[in-house]
Design a protein around this ligand. Structure first.
Ligand SMILES: Cc1cc2nc3c(=O)[nH]c(=O)nc-3n(C[C@H](O)[C@H](O)[C@H](O)COP(=O)(O)OP(=O)(O)OC[C@H]3O[C@@H](n4cnc5c(N)ncnc54)[C@H](O)[C@@H]3O)c2cc1C
Length: 432
């Protein structure tokens, strides 16, 4: 049976490489470079469209558990990510160029993968297995096809932070430290109370770009533009992305009034992303507003923040727990379009769907890890227990079945141990 993977982003690249490594012939469709999206900049497979971080590796963090599970499941992309890591404290951050180049080269040189650089606007649903991995920026014609198939359309908006050149940051007005540490990987740009108040006043008045179909109702709480956060009150940023807690300015020996944090975007640290400053400000306004931060007075913005559309299905109504359509057998979804938000979520869902498609084409029953595991909990949420209409979710301990322990840290620690045991049992079952 012909297996088509539509979309060569994170989920699609993982699914295609995994299926080919299982011994299946795969046709991978990717519309870039013929047609691009608002946020992709290259022709590479598995391009990271925003931050270069795959989040924390610590098992005290839900994303750390998800990554551990992805590695145990045999994720190809997480393995490649480890080859291209750059220093980022407890986080797994990568050099985005070399990471995507290696994924692309593995796909291009795989004897079982055929690449077709074309936009897919409809799917042949009867003779093939299709895995749709077209992500948050699924092209309009495919979105229309899916809307017609399922009888509904769904999209909303997210926002992206600017990236700046490190050599344009004034390091005499910045310091390098992680929270609660004397050194670290983050560049911190402190603001005094006076600096902050001017910055805030100008920010709430700054001009934003018009975005087609944009309404505030569609903003995703976790990825609100920083100007929207600012509008909710003068201190909102100081308690959000600009919080100074645990950061001591070596010049004053005190916590600053507010801080803008910059994180490495490549191994040399020549590019720095502004943490939490996703925005839909006009580009000239981004320049003007950033120049109000003392360390960024003359900053060179190498990639401006943008606002973007986000497409996903109402999966609890439309998908089975194996991420297969309830109405069309052989039509699978992975990545953000299935409602799983985040790079690692996209990758691990691509791996799980590949494992299931491999079983499906060989006439075996599909299965997913139990909901006590982080990937099982995520998939269970988007296909079974999440409320319709769905809001995309990223890994978090709240998704896992409750354990009656009062202390939150201890509860999460026990949830991690239970998840590890369940994953082990699942993997032994897969082998049998
Ligand atoms: C702007 C933005 C910023 C984000 N920032 C982060 C972040 O910092 N951290 C994080 O963890 N998550 C982030 N996310 C969320 C999400 O994790 C990423 O979008 C992730 O890349 C999703 O993976 P995916 O494989 O589902 O989609 P993508 O990686 O976007 O891949 C989809 C692919 O499908 C192709 N395609 C689309 N339509 C068609 C078609 N009709 N035919 C053929 N090909 C098609 C696209 O060109 C693209 O290559 C962000 C999302 C967006 C949109």
């Amino acid at each position: 049976m012909r297996i088509n993977v539509i979309g060569g982003g994170l989920a699609g690249s993982e699914a295609a490489l995994s299926l080919a490594d299982f011994g299946n012939k795969v046709v991978l469709y990717e519309m870039r470079p013929t047609k691009s999206t608002e946020v992709h900049h290259t022709d590479n497979f598995a391009e990271l469209v925003c931050s270069n971080s795959f989040k924390s590796e610590s098992l005290e963090n839900a994303s750390g558990l998800l990554k551990e599970e992805g590695c145990k499941l045999g994720s190809r992309l997480l393995q490649i990510a480890h080859h291209h890591r750059v220093p980022a404290g407890k986080a797994l951050a990568v050099n985005r160029e070399t990471f995507a180049e290696e994924v692309s080269s593995r796909i291009e040189n795989h004897p079982l993968i055929e690449i077709k650089r074309q936009e897919i606007c409809s799917l042949c649903l009867d003779e093939s297995v299709n895995i749709v991995c077209t992500g948050p920026l699924t092209s309009g014609c495919l979105e229309d096809f899916l809307a017609e198939l399922f009888g509904e359309s769904l999209f909303f908006f997210d926002a992206v932070a600017p990236i700046v050149a490190a050599d344009s940051v004034d390091f005499s007005r910045a310091f390098v430290a992680d929270r609660y540490a004397l050194d670290g990987d983050y560049v911190n740009c402190p603001l005094s109370r006076e600096d902050y108040e001017v910055f805030w006043k100008e920010l709430v008045m700054a001009e934003v770009a018009e975005v087609e179909n944009f309404t505030d109702r569609f903003l995703f709480e976790r990825c609100q533009p920083f100007e929207e956060i600012a509008r909710s009150g003068i201190d909102a940023l100081r308690y959000g992305p600009m919080k100074p807690v645990g950061l001591i300015d070596p010049v004053t020996g005190k916590e600053p009034y507010a801080v803008v944090q910059l994180r490495k975007e490549n191994i040399s640290g020549s590019l720095l992303g502004i943490v939490g400053f996703q925005t839909r400000l006009k580009w000239n306004e981004q320049k003007r507003i950033l120049s109000l931060i003392p360390a960024l007075r003359a900053v060179d913005i190498v990639r401006y923040g943008v606002m973007h559309r986000n497409t996903f299905l109402d999966s609890p109504r439309l998908l089975n727990p194996d991420l297969q359509s309830k109405i069309k057998r052989g039509l699978f979804f992975a990545g953000q379009i299935s409602g799983l938000e985040g790079y690692v979520e996209a990758i691990v869902s691509g791996r799980i769907v590949a494992m299931n498609v491999n079983r499906f084409v060989h006439g075996c029953q599909t299965f997913i890890p139990p909901s006590e595991t982080m990937i099982g909990g995520l998939i269970h949420h988007v296909t079974v227990s999440g409320r319709s209409p769905l809001k995309p979710v990223y890994a978090n301990f709240g998704l896992l079945p409750e354990i009656k322990i009062r202390n939150r840290r201890e509860k999460n620690r026990v949830k991690v141990i239970r998840a590890q045991e369940e994953m082990q049992r699942f993997l032994e079952g897969v082998e049998r």
